[in-house]
Design a protein around this ligand. Structure first.
Ligand code: TXA
Ligand code: MG
Length: 319
């Protein structure tokens, strides 16, 4: 039976309290939530998403006081990041308390925690009365959902309820920063920019690339991820394109190019914020258009452009 789509926060909270799965909106992307302290409920997330057990879940909280029940310590750099960027699109990875089940962290001694900015998400967590483990509400490896409809299309038959909180206004997942070592490390670029983070706490360690999924310290770093089914190519304007039904994903009003059967301009006025917010919906739409390929222009490697490029590069990776 297809999960109902509702705006009733309390109905969704009740599902989580009873050990079920509720998808919900955050400011980044929709999450697939379950009680983070209930290993059976958390196991259902992995099953519904077909997510490999080595890929840990982010635990969402409604206010900062919930952090103490999840982590053993909050080093100074993490504390500064939390003060500045919570609530918002930042996940901090910290040493975990025993109360956090191993299945949530894939056996790691650390846990990723996030306090979302979306009011309805916080209300859901508060009213569920527990921290909520939630990966993005898509099948593993696919594009993250930014509307309730996206969730229903992909996971509607596998979960209990979908809480509709409108379209996600950031549109890219949170930035993940490992704060366990002496110098924090970027595990995934996302909705909080590296510039903003380094402006606050100084240089942090760079994201390390892994082509071998099993060894990836953050499996969101798997080379192939965030992928439409249609082949995606990161394309330098001016370089050759093959014949076929190819669409262009671009931004900032480039001159029209008739070789593309369709052009999607993610932000005609050249706003990275707008481009990020529209990226995943555009990828889904183009994926459904029966194209031979999607060609995407690279974005400037700054601000949100860094996270957009990261998603495009992974969407383009084959195999
Ligand atoms: O914006 C977001 O972060 C969204 C919304 C729903 O909050 N969630 C999300 O979750 O994108 P997910 O599971 O799709 O991506 C979480 C990333 C994964 O790459 C995971 O490996 C990493 O965070 N992660 C979680 N816990 C970790 C840990 N203890 N150590 C290292 N990486 C961790
Ligand atoms: Mg995901």
């Amino acid at each position: 039976m297809a999960a109902p789509i509702t705006t009733d926060v309390y109905a969704a909270a009740e599902v989580i309290r009873r050990g079920g799965l509720a998808a919900f909106a955050t400011e980044t992307v929709y999450g697939l939530g379950a009680n983070a302290l209930d290993p059976v409920a958390a196991a259902r997330i992995f099953e519904a998403k077909q997510r490999p057990a080595f890929d840990p879940l982010i635990v969402h909280i409604a206010d900062r006081s919930m952090l103490a029940g999840l982590v053993r310590e909050v080093p100074e750099a993490a504390s500064k990041l939390i003060d500045r960027f919570w609530p918002g699109p930042l996940t901090v990875v910290l040493p975990k308390q025993n109360a956090v089940p191993d299945i949530v962290t894939s056996g790691l001694e650390t846990v990723g925690v996030r306090l979302p900015a979306h009011e309805q998400a916080r209300e859901l967590i508060r009213s569920a009365g527990c921290p909520v483990a939630a990966p993005s509400a898509n099948l593993f490896g696919h594009v993250s959902p930014t509307t309730a409809r996206h969730v229903a299309d992909q996971l509607g038959d596998r979960i209990d309820i979908i809480l509709d909180g409108g379209p996600c206004h950031v549109g890219l997942e949170s930035t993940v920063v490992d704060c366990c070592g002496p110098v924090p490390r970027l595990l995934r670029p996302g909705g909080t920019t590296l510039e903003a983070i380094e402006g606050l706490i100084g240089p942090i360690e760079a994201q390390t690339q892994s082509s071998d999924g099993s060894a990836a310290p953050a499996p969101g770093m798997l080379e192939r991820h965030y992928s439409p089914r249609t082949p995606l190519v990161v394309w330098q304007p001016g370089s050759a394109i093959p014949a076929g039904r190819i669409a262009l994903l671009t931004w900032s009003s480039p001159p029209a190019d008739p070789r593309f059967v369709r052009t999607v301009d993610l932000s005609p006025e050249g706003s990275l914020v707008e481009a990020a917010a529209r990226l995943f919906a555009a990828l889904r739409e183009l994926d459904a258009a029966g194209l031979d390929a999607i060609y995407a222009v690279p974005f400037p490697e700054e601000g949100l452009g860094r996270a957009i490029n990261d998603r495009l590069r992974r969407a383009a990776a084959r195999g």
